[in-house]
Design a protein around this ligand. Sequence first.
Ligand SMILES: Nc1ncnc2c1ncn2[C@@H]1O[C@H](COP(=O)(O)OP(=O)(O)OP(=O)(O)O)[C@@H](O)[C@H]1O
Length: 424
Amino acid sequence: MITEKPLILVVDDEPDIRELIKDILEDENYRVVTAEDGQQARQQFSQITPQLVLLDIWMPDVDGISLLKEFKEQRASVTILMMSGHGTIETAVEATRLGASDFIEKPLSMAKLLRAVEQALENQAKQSALQHEQAITPVGKSASINLLREQAERVAGHGMPILLIGEGGTGKHCFARYLHRLGNYANGRFIELSPESFPLDSLKLTSLAQSNCVFINDVGLLSDEAQSLLSHLLESGQMNSCQLICANEHSLERAILHGEFAEGLLYQLNSITLNLPALRDHVEDIPELVHFFVDLQTTQAGLPYRRFTVAAQNRLRNYPWPGNVLELKNIIQRLLLLEETDDIDVEQIDAALQENSTIAAQEDGKINFDLPLREAREQFERLYLLHKLQETDGNVGKAAKLAGMERTHLYRKMRSLGIDIKQS
Ligand SMILES: Nc1ncnc2c1ncn2[C@@H]1O[C@H](COP(=O)(O)OP(=O)(O)OP(=O)(O)O)[C@@H](O)[C@H]1O
């Protein structure tokens, strides 16, 4: 079998460096696309779905760290290597925290660059095997998670569309994969479609769906055209040979009220609805989740083992977790990676949580001028969007118009800034 070499996007504003990297990588048979600034990089990233991105930090229109954050939010599985001539330890730590796989210093040694690319792709393959295995049974012994697992076992395999509702990071992907594994279509593929990548061609969609499990996350963000197509295919039975699972962060009734979601489609999707609880509503599961993630990260991703003291676990139980299980998982990963002690105690947890909530906590309407520019900008964006949402009575469509943004972009932005529409 001939497998195609990975597709790499090289983002650098210096034409000589761009071309040099391209030549070297192409000599190794990688497929390479280049971008000279942030705008081009965004376009390429969404159009060609590269497996790996080599990203310069300093560019004229947007800095590489902001792009890294955006790309990771759009597609967590992408591997990103940062390149910089004036990298400080702080920037490297920040880049790692945001999910960069490596940090390559300029002037570039081409041998080092190639090694870093190979290594990162190898890690990516391991991680994706890990993800694959992560068709795990969702962890937790609380009444709500027990009930959800039971419901999932009962409904999987009936072939009816399933709707998952839960805040960001509550485990919608995790339950979707679990449903896939339990159901009749377990031998078929698990195909995730985002509103941006939703095929508007009915033939393409039905052939993708054939005997597979199709997961549409953020279904509330489907365009009107995509909603009509999906509704039509469901109505005409053309999606009968697949398990359709849709997910959304909020119940869709509000979107219907605002004219953003078709009521008829909701009834086609919601005969089986599973509601995923926020982590703050099942904190009793936190110690088991901590155990699970430490185990996963140490045995499968090779991070060093560290023990979370009882006091540390207790501290984790008393935090509100706006980003839910995903936030807990990231904090654990960060602590395993960046700390150096065998035991993780309360102080280390506090420091990590503090860092996570600096931006979220700023709700007094004031910008903190002591913050670095990036954080201050996030703080401003957050206040600005909250203001727009208040002005429009929580109508995201109208707020997007006022802010001059696409509705899907606004949703993504809100998510990255930790804005919950219900609280805004
Ligand atoms: N009950 C659970 N047991 C084990 N792992 C979990 C559980 N819930 C979530 N996770 C893990 O936490 C991470 C975040 O969960 P997931 O991606 O499923 O959330 P999500 O609701 O789909 O997030 P988003 O709304 O941001 O798309 C994943 O790695 C997932 O495997």
